[in-house]
Design a protein around this ligand. Structure first.
Ligand SMILES: Nc1nc2c(ncn2[C@@H]2O[C@H](COP(=O)(O)OP(=O)(O)OP(=O)(O)O)[C@@H](O)[C@H]2O)c(=O)[nH]1
Ligand SMILES: [Mg+2]
Length: 384
């Protein structure tokens, strides 16, 4: 890509990035599209802007319909619990059956295709936290096109569970089509091929972190960022990312969502070998499980796999001389003692001197640790 946009178009993109309301975003994107020159170099960017614009317009439509009480059933699902896992996939793969097995949600299960019309959330307990599973309508429409509202749900989720039915004549093809639907619409499900995240900041210049080796130098990256008037940002590079990946990251055209695959209907003959064959094309960082919503086999993997992909941990806080809280505080897996204190109260974070820790993250029970210490999942923390 690397587009060399005119200053006016860049200004509009920045206006979009800074916009607070959906209406402001729509206006900025419309202005951007009318100011961007039409040539090969801007093609990807224009495609992204056009798609984003129609998503935003749909959002406004839905909001209007919701307010007037009528309209189609809502597609947005408010998050609940420690993380939202959205089950997506072709029709009849067994998404509703799995959600029915793992939660108390009232879903529609049907032997006929296109049984589910609207997303339905349900809660499941894993360890001692609640995970939200969301059943969705089929990802692929009857005419073979992609249901963009399902992609929007996946984009908003914390984790994607792609459900593929092993009764399909071609599970491998179903998998490819579904993954391409995500990729083409700016949802990256693997970091292996390269991904960049840009977090804009107000000061501090441009800093880089690496999980992999990019195909660009910091000098080239700085030049590109500066051409978009980005002078302060944290740039997180994963895998063999290119300048194109960086450019997409600058205007958040692409998001990364951790994903796993559930090959469902393991009760059918030669299910395992068919799953293996289909899975051979998956990137190594995309795990898969073999399950059956009918017999229940394999479904016990859904909780642990989703939990790991959520990248969270449970911390039990306690006050001096008192037992730990029965319910954990759920925080990001890399959260420090200070960040955990911050979650409890900003004043605690300011006044804290040290913490005592018990559990896997402690060398011995009651070990004294500083504010920058990173506790482990399940640890007990007494902040002093
Ligand atoms: N043999 C077998 N059949 C299953 C399994 N899971 C679901 N089914 C059947 O497959 C059909 C489709 O199941 P649903 O759960 O409605 O599939 P879905 O993915 O929600 O379908 P849509 O809502 O159309 O996208 C139903 O007849 C289910 O009974 C399974 O593990 N094994
Ligand atoms: Mg369904």
């Amino acid at each position: 890509m690397v587009t060399n946009l005119p200053a006016e178009a860049i200004a509009k993109l920045n206006k979009y990035s800074e916009a607070k309301t959906t209406e402001e975003k729509i206006r900025a994107l419309e202005e951007f599209l009318s100011s961007v020159p039409k040539h090969k170099g801007t093609e990807k960017l224009r495609l992204w802007a056009t798609r984003r614009l129609s998503e935003l317009r749909e959002e406004v439509e839905r909001e209007r319909a919701r307010r007037s009480g009528g309209g189609r059933p809502g597609m947005f699902v408010e998050k609940a619990g420690a993380g939202q896992v959205v089950l997506i996939g072709p029709t009849n793969s067994g998404k509703s059956s799995i959600v029915a097995r793992l939660t108390n949600a009232k879903v529609t299960i049907s032997p006929l295709p296109y049984g589910t019309q609207a997303p339905v959330p349900g809660m499941m307990t894993y360890l001692d936290v609640q995970l939200q599973l969301v059943d969705t309508p089929p990802l692929i429409n009857p005419d073979g096109s992609v249901n963009s509202r399902v992609v929007a749900l996946a984009r908003n989720a914390d984790v994607i569970a792609l459900v593929i039915g092993l009764d399909s004549p071609e599970p491998r093809r179903d998998l490819d089509v579904s993954l391409r639907a995500l990729e083409d619409r700016g949802v990256a499900y693997s970091l292996e091929k390269g991904f960049v995240r840009v977090e804009r900041r107000t000061q501090g210049g441009i800093a880089f972190t690496y999980r992999g080796t990019p195909r660009f130098t910091e000098e080239e990256a700085r030049r590109l960022l500066n051409s978009y008037r980005v002078y302060n940002a944290l740039v997180e590079v994963s895998g063999p990312a290119t300048l194109d990946d960086l450019e997409e990251a600058i205007f958040s055209a692409k998001v990364y969502k951790p994903a796993f695959v559930i090959f469902n209907k393991a009760d059918l003959p030669s299910a395992e070998s068919r799953a293996r064959e289909a899975a051979s094309a998956l990137p190594k960082d995309v795990q898969w499980v073999l399950a059956s919503a009918v017999t229940g086999v394999g479904l016990s993997s859904v909780g642990p796999v989703a939990y790991r992909l959520l990248n969270i941990k449970r911390i039990y806080t306690k006050k001096p001389g008192q037992p730990p809280s029965p319910e954990p505080l759920v925080v990001s897996a890399d959260a420090t003692v200070r960040e955990i204190a911050e979650r409890i109260s900003p004043s605690l974070a300011r006044s804290m001197k040290y913490a005592k820790i018990w559990g896997r993250g402690a060398k011995y029970g009651g070990q004294r640790v500083g504010p920058d210490y990173v506790p482990q999942d399940g640890d007990i923390l007494e902040i002093r």
